[in-house]
Design a protein around this ligand. Structure first.
Ligand code: FAD
Length: 508
């Protein structure tokens, strides 16, 4: 019998950083194995504010390197995934007694000029008495600044990176926990456990990438067996979702009296997303949950601006996640750096490990390129950076061509309801056609699970995007969870349990 292959790279973690690194590496010719202990994006990468942004606030902490890199990424990512990423305008009301107008103008001037902006429109000043953006706000906000950033469907960005990595030959295993990794000379012996079946497996690799997000230190101590590890500071951030508070397509950037800021963003057509908070988090990242204090804080902060206050009873959903920030010793959680740090180790012929600490969704592609530089330092050069101009699955249409893409889908499948055509284009781009196949009517889409979620979509997600449970479909690959009842979600879960044994093998 042949000895099992030794992979070049083993990646721990199926969040945005792990999947981005796996994709970049396999595209350069490395053989890659990635293990995610739960679902893809089940950690921090589905719990962000979902902005592709430079981070206006970080300028106050002199994070010019990070802000410049992030600003440059906005148009690159939009071009490569125009279905799940799109430009958004942000309205920042001027509030007396908080940051002076000149400081905001200076920040926005830098924002407009240091980030290689080509397609995104520049900053402008708004007279809130005449601009529709003033309508839902209290009349005391008479002036505002409007600037550009981007929106991303964070969980789908992860799934599409994983899909592309797999299409190029990477092995992607979900529900697979790395329980131990030990050096055997210049090779890692990695022990895996399937969290659904309990089955174990061993894999060998030349280099280990630790992209475990909030678990990155835990992996170093418990999985790799190192002592005295402390690299990241865990900072919780929570969001509330309420029924649509305003009709305008622009988002709001509100300054709070405590120096923090929150966003109120149009969300999933019918909702408004409000967040986020910043507080040190001592617990297990799996258990993170919004607290009463955070709910009160977000309602009160938004109510300072909206004419109609935001009440607890308005909330339809909440979510929380933990930022794995590189611990630079800052005194307050909100001041800890949002930049990433990569640290490699592997001298004297010992098998190397490279750890990723911190980072943003926005900078995942650049983090991956920097990680590949480190990897190539250990394993030798294989290829050139390539991801800046390579569309993600379904994103192979012009950045400004989204509406035309919806029309094309509707023409190819005339029976589709206009909203469904739009939703499928938003989630799957040109791959919506693979999902719909030869369907000629709604009946051909199979069983309906509620609203516009049909069996064809569920099967597509199971077969192509590693979806196993109803939560994977309802809260990560789509946000249909906002629309389905508990009973409908349970029926979907039953259906998926029946399917799972057949499809798990098919996605690899
Ligand atoms: P994760 O997504 O957590 O991935 C790590 C994965 O490793 C997890 O899925 C976990 O299950 C897996 N894992 C851990 N241990 C093991 C093991 N032993 N075996 C197998 N798998 C393992 N960034 C932006 O750019 N824009 C924003 O608007 C933004 N907003 C944010 C708002 C909040 C509240 C938070 C918390 C973060 C925000 N961020 C934002 C930052 C961004 O979300 C994170 O930096 C990013 O998602 C981190 O990705 P990751 O891959 O490092 O971690």
């Amino acid at each position: 019998m042949d000895a099992p292959p030794i992979h070049d790279i083993f990646v721990i973690g199926g969040g945005i950083n792990g999947c981005g690194i796996a994709r970049d590496a396999v595209g350069r010719g490395f053989s890659v194995f990635l293990a995610e202990m739960n679902d893809l994006a089940s950690g921090t990468s589905s719990g962000s504010t979902k902005l592709i942004h430079g981070g206006l606030r970080y300028l106050e902490f002199y994070e010019f390197r990070l802000v410049r890199e992030a600003l440059m990424e906005r148009e690159i990512l939009w071009r490569n995934a125009p279905h799940i990423i799109w430009p958004m305008r942000f309205v920042l009301p001027y509030a007396k007694g908080l940051r002076p107008a000149w400081l905001i103008r200076l920040g926005l001037f830098l924002y407009d000029h240091i980030g290689g902006r080509k397609l995104l429109p520049a900053t402008r000043t708004l007279d809130m008495a005449n601009d529709p953006a003033g309508r839902p706000l209290k009349p005391l906000f008479r002036k505002a600044f409007e600037y550009s950033d981007g929106w991303v469907n964070d969980a789908r960005l992860v799934a599409l990176n994983a899909r592309d990595a797999a299409d190029r030959g990477a092995v992607i295993r979900t529900r697979t926990k790395v329980v131990s990794a030990r050096r055997e000379g210049d090779v890692w012996r990695v022990s895996l456990k399937n969290t659904a079946t309990g089955e174990t497996e061993e894999v060998k690799a030349r280099l280990l990438v630790n992209a475990a997000g909030p678990w990155v230190d835990h992996v170093l101590t418990d999985t790799v067996g190192m002592n005295d590890v402390h690299n990241v500071r865990l900072v919780q951030g929570s969001h509330i979702v309420i029924h649509k508070k305003f009709d305008d397509p622009r988002a709001y950037f509100f300054q709070n009296r405590d120096g923090r800021i929150i966003f109120a963003i149009p969300y999933e057509e019918e909702f408004t997303l409000i967040g986020t908070t910043d507080r040190d988090y001592p617990g297990d990242p799996h258990d993170v949950k919004i607290s009463d204090v955070e709910i009160d804080y977000l309602c009160a902060a938004a109510s300072e601006y909206f004419a109609e206050p935001v009440k607890r009873s308005d909330i339809v959903w909440t979510y929380s996640a933990v930022r794995p920030l590189y611990d630079d010793g800052a005194s307050k959680a909100q001041e800890a750096t949002r930049d990433y740090v990569l640290k490699g180790e592997g001298s004297g012929g010992a098998a190397p490990i490279v750890n990723a600490f911190g980072g943003k969704i926005t900078t995942y592609r650049r983090l991956s390129e920097s990680m590949l530089e480190k990897i190539e330092g250990f394993l030798g050069k294989r290829g050139e950076p390539w991801t800046a101009t390579a569309p993600l699955p379904g994103g192979d249409f012009p950045a400004t061509g989204f509406d035309a893409e919806v029309t094309k889908l509707k023409t190819a499948y005339p029976f589709l309801d206009a909203r469904l055509a739009r939703r499928l284009t938003r989630l799957y781009g040109t791959r919506a056609r693979s999902l719909l196949g030869s369907a000629k009517s709604n009946a051909d889409l199979g069983r309906g699970f509620g609203e516009d979620l049909y069996e064809a979509e569920v099967r597509y997600l199971a077969e192509n995007e590693w979806a196993v449970t109803a939560d994977d479909v309802l809260w990560r690959r789509t946000k249909r969870g906002l629309h389905l009842s508990r009973e409908q979600a349970a029926a979907l879960d039953d259906f998926m349990r029946g399917m799972s044994s057949q499809h798990i093998a098919a996605v690899e």
